[in-house]
Design a protein. Structure first.
Length: 291
C-alpha cells in the first residue's frame, strides 16, 4: 500500500508539472513503452494460447488492473481524455502476439564493466533491454523535476535482481582475502560502479533543477545504503551456486523506504545486521584467509 501511494504521488506530480498536452502525451507514451516491453517479453503467452482462446481479454484485464495507479493519476490531473487514449492503447497492446527472439550475444555494455563485478555483467546480459529503455527514459525526463529520479528508482529495482544468485565456491575464493576485507571490497567496488552508472543522470538533473540538489544527494546516499544491503544480504544467505531466497519481503520493504525518509534507519540497521550474519556465513568458506 505504501508503494502504491508513493507511485501515485510521484506520478501525479509529474503530470501536474507537465501542464501542456504534448508534455503529458510524452509521459503517457513513456509509460506505454514500459508496458509494451513487459508485454512482448511475457513468458506465459504460449501457455495462455493452449488453455484459452480469450488470451487477449486476459491481457487487457491484467493491464487495466496493473495500470490502475495511472488511471488515478490521470483522473486526479483532470486529463480524462488521456485516460480514454490509455484504454485504447491497452486494447491494441493486448492484440499483439509478437515475442522477440532471445539475444545470443552478450550485452554490449558489458565490456565497460570490470570482470570482478560479475553480478553486473550477468544482470546486464539478462535485463539489457529494460536497462537501456529505463536509462533512456531517465535522460528524456530530465526536464521534469524528480521524474528522472523516479525512473532511476525503477532501474534500481532491476539492479536489486543482480544479487539473487550465489557465485561458485571457486569464484568466491579467487582473491584469497579475509571475510571482512572481502565484504568491504565488494561494497566499495559495486557502489563505485553504481555511482559511475547513474552520474550522468544525477549531474544533469542537478544542473537543470539546482533547487533539488538535496533530494538528489539524499537519493544517492539512500541507494548506497541499500546497495550495501543487497550485497551483505546475498552473502548472509550464500550457498555456492544456488539462488538466494528468503529475503524477498525485506528487500521490498527496503526498496520502498527510498521514497519514505523516516524509514532511513531500517535499511541501515538491516545492513549492519546482515553484515555480521554474512561474516559468520562466509567464515565457513574463507576462514583459511582470516588472520
Amino acid at each position: 500500500m505504501f508503494l502504491l501511494l508513493v507511485l501515485i504521488y510521484l506520478g501525479y506530480n509529474c503530470f501536474h508539472n507537465a501542464k501542456k498536452f504534448p508534455e503529458q502525451l510524452i509521459l503517457l507514451s513513456l509509460a506505454f513503452l514500459i508496458l509494451f516491453f513487459i508485454h512482448i517479453n511475457r513468458k506465459d503467452k504460449r501457455f495462455l494460447s493452449h488453455i484459452t482462446q480469450q488470451k487477449n481479454i486476459i491481457y487487457f484485464s491484467e493491464y487495466l488492473v496493473f495500470s490502475s495507479p495511472l488511471w488515478i493519476i490521470l483522473i486526479a490531473s483532470g486529463v480524462w481524455y488521456l485516460s480514454m487514449l490509455w484504454a485504447m492503447l491497452l486494447f491494441f497492446l493486448s492484440l499483439i502476439s509478437y515475442t522477440p527472439a532471445r539475444l545470443k550475444s552478450t550485452a554490449p555494455l558489458n565490456r565497460f564493466i570490470p570482470d570482478n563485478n560479475f553480478e553486473w555483467k550477468a544482470g546486464f546480459r539478462k535485463y539489457q533491454i529494460w536497462i537501456v529503455v529505463l536509462y533512456a527514459a531517465s535522460l528524456a525526463l530530465l526536464y521534469y523535476p524528480y521524474a528522472s529520479l523516479f525512473v532511476l528508482w525503477f532501474l534500481f529495482m532491476i539492479i536489486s535482481e543482480f544479487y539473487n544468485h550465489g557465485e561458485s565456491f571457486e569464484i568466491l575464493r579467487a582473491n584469497e582475502i579475509p571475510v571482512k576485507k572481502f565484504l568491504l571490497q565488494k561494497i566499495k567496488n559495486h557502489c563505485k560502479l553504481y555511482l559511475l552508472f547513474i552520474s550522468p543522470v544525477i549531474i544533469l538533473s542537478t544542473l537543470i533543477h539546482p533547487e533539488t540538489w538535496w533530494v538528489v544527494c539524499f537519493f544517492v546516499l539512500f541507494t548506497f545504503i541499500i546497495m550495501c544491503y543487497f550485497i551483505v544480504s546475498k552473502y548472509s544467505l550464500y550457498e555456492a551456486g544456488k539462488s538466494v531466497t528468503g529475503n524477498e519481503i525485506m528487500k521490498a520493504l527496503v526498496l520502498i523506504s527510498i521514497a519514505l525518509p523516516f524509514f532511513l534507519p531500517v535499511p541501515l540497521l538491516l545492513t549492519i545486521r546482515n553484515f555480521i550474519k554474512a561474516g559468520k556465513n562466509l567464515n565457513v568458506y574463507l576462514n583459511a584467509y582470516n588472520k
